[in-house]
Ligand binder design. Structure first.
Ligand SMILES: N[C@@H](CCC(=O)N[C@@H](CS)C(=O)NCC(=O)O)C(=O)O
Length: 249
């Protein structure tokens, strides 16, 4: 090859490369997969959906909110059941990766977010404490609340009320020990329990006998961006449904 042809080839290659038309294999830039937006299926009044809304707001992440009309049984459609066989909201679809449990969604959102370490730290002991309180909520406090005050299904028997009150005392003890529910800072467990404990406001249950919980409730609400425009609106809708359920009984 003549010297002139060699120079022309080098110049042509440089031009092509600078336009990004072709990159030699050895120089191929690492292709970072574009992170697709997360789809979150929800309805505003649902307590587990409110905890997801609060988690997304605390993380400051932008997601696709997709309303599922339960009155039209959209949650029973085959395409929804593919995402969540439990036919419940909330549910999540992140480029084909699906979840149908609110607290698992919280953990995923936090793990996937640059700010996630603040509310879902990597430290294994802190995580264990957070999980302890998430299970406390899903396994004890929330079902005991629903046993008394579930929409159209609650039974405010003395036994049910006593169990709920005992669990509130346990929560009071955790908050007294930690400052927040699981650790000394706000975590996804606080957001889970915030969704549950604020339900007491909707049913007129007085928690002033639990002073640490009352203090925590106020500071947790302040720590959630847009609490009054997102979570509170959902809670008010839940209250309307609860009162309508009372009238039906
Ligand atoms: N353990 C689930 C419970 C979710 C749940 O019960 N969602 C209700 C609304 S609050 C629902 O979607 N019900 C409709 C159905 O069961 O078909 C979670 O926390 O994600």
């Amino acid at each position: 090859m003549s010297r002139t042809v060699q120079i022309l080839l080098v110049v042509a290659l440089a031009a092509v490369e600078s336009q990004g038309w072709w990159v030699p294999p050895c120089k191929r830039p690492t292709q970072k997969p574009k992170s697709e937006k997360i789809d979150l299926y929800y309805i505003p009044p649902s307590p587990p959906c409110r905890m997801i809304m609060m988690t997304a707001d605390v993380l400051g992440i932008d997601v696709n909110w997709i309303y599922v009309d339960l009155t039209k049984q959209e949650q029973l459609k085959p395409e929804y059941l593919k995402i969540n066989p439990q036919h419940t909201v909330p549910a999540m679809n992140h480029s084909g990766f699906t979840l149908g449990e609110s607290r698992a969604i919280q953990a995923y959102l936090a793990s996937n977010s640059p700010k996630g370490g603040t509310i879902y730290p990597n430290d294994i002991k802190k995580r264990a404490k957070i999980e302890e309180m998430l299970y406390f909520d899903v396994g004890r406090l929330y079902p005991q609340f629903l046993a008394c005050y579930g929409i159209g299904t609650g039974n405010q028997s003395d036994a049910n009320k006593a169990k709920f009150a005992e669990s509130l005392s346990m929560l009071e003890e955790y908050i007294t020990r930690n400052g927040w529910v699981a650790t000394n800072q706000m975590t996804i467990a606080d957001l889970s329990l915030l969704a549950t404990v604020t339900l007491t406001e909707a049913v007129g249950y007085d928690i002033s006998g639990y002073p640490k919980t009352t203090e925590w409730l106020a500071k947790a609400k302040l720590a959630v961006p847009h609490y009054n425009t997102t979570s509170q609106t959902g809670l008010d809708l839940w209250k309307g449904l609860y009162q309508a359920g009372l009238q039906r009984n």
